[in-house]
Design a protein around this ligand. Structure first.
Ligand SMILES: [Zn+2]
Ligand SMILES: [Zn+2]
Length: 308
């Protein structure tokens, strides 16, 4: 038995719907109990670079003599186990390091306060701090989200671009103009040939486009195109959610987005209302390939319709 996914509250910590045996696996994945207990799956991306997959967004850890560099902090309830995993992967016991948030959503920043306490300095786009320090509205539930505690706010803000030389690699942090939200950053590791796209990419899963935070289908397609023009066939690309992929998978994601955009645009041009376009099931040809895990398909079509 299922209930509408937008009722799920994966962007919000503290009042997430409770898991019951009736819930589907996807529902359980965002329950508080799952956030607090999910196994952290670790895979090695490069000599000193690891992917930590858990209940929240994909976390990347770079280790080395210069100190840890962490991308995203997952949910608050997952943070203690992320910290345990970091301690296990770090050769010399090192307190803290640098934490970069890909964007403000709480499945990527919920652990910020815990990481701050552990000695991490938090870097993010200027608007991530704005959004974490003020009340927000969840795109999935349309409920209000209270500000995060001040310890969770980024200390160092990026407007456009930042280069970090650390642990033998060159890390390029770039602002992604409004697409998934208006707070997105991409982070690339030059030597390791690894790119973290944050939630600009959901691999094998229908995306969330946070229209309330400035996201749009046009922006998402445009920014994915820019990434496709920059990456090579060998670049390991980390999505915000889903498995590691590469240019081929990202190209398929782009084809899905443009396919849906074109269908919705054609119907809208004919004068159909948002409800009528949703009823036409413009995602149908992709439904067997892409999972409806976070945003309901109908809600996604509504965003596409409104943000063309
Ligand atoms: Zn996310
Ligand atoms: Zn997100």
């Amino acid at each position: 038995m299922t209930e509408p996914m937008e009722r799920r509250d994966f962007l919000k910590v503290g009042t997430v719907a409770r898991a019951t045996t009736e819930h589907t696996e996807a529902h359980v994945a965002f329950s508080e109990s799952y956030q607090a207990s999910a196994t952290i799956h670790v895979s090695q991306l490069y000599d000193n670079l690891y992917l930590l997959q858990n209940a929240g967004g994909n976390v990347v850890l770079q280790t080395g003599d210069d100190g840890n560099l962490l991308i995203d902090s997952s949910f608050a309830l997952s943070a203690p186990r992320i910290l345990e995993t970091i301690a296990r992967l770090t050769p010399q016991a090192q307190a803290g390091g640098i934490l970069i948030n890909t964007h403000w959503h709480l499945d990527h920043t919920g652990g910020n306060a815990e990481m701050h306490k552990a000695g991490f300095r938090i870097i993010a786009h200027r608007k991530t701090r704005e959004r974490l320090s003020t009340p927000q509205i969840s795109m999935l539930t349309h409920e209000s989200i209270p500000p995060s505690p001040p310890e969770a706010w980024p200390e160092i803000g990026i407007d456009e671009r930042l280069t970090i030389w650390r642990n033998g690699d060159v890390i390029d942090v770039k602002h992604i103009p409004p697409s998934h939200s208006d707070t997105d950053l991409s982070i690339s590791f030059s030597k390791a040939d690894v790119l973290h796209m944050g939630d600009l990419w959901f691999n094998g899963i229908y995306p969330v486009i946070d229209e309330i935070s400035g996201g749009s289908i046009s922006g998402t397609i445009h920014e994915v195109e820019k990434v496709l023009a920059e990456v090579s066939a060998s670049t390991k690309i980390i999505p915000g959610h889903g498995p590691v992929g590469g240019k081929d998978e990202l190209q398929k994601f782009h084809a899905m987005l443009t396919g849906i955009r074109d269908k919705v645009a054609a119907l809208k041009t004919q004068g159909l209302s948002e409800e009528a376009v949703i009823a036409q099931k413009p995602t149908a040809e992709f439904d067997a390939t892409y999972k409806e895990e976070y945003m309901k398909i109908d809600a996604l079509v509504g965003v596409v319709y409104r943000t063309l």
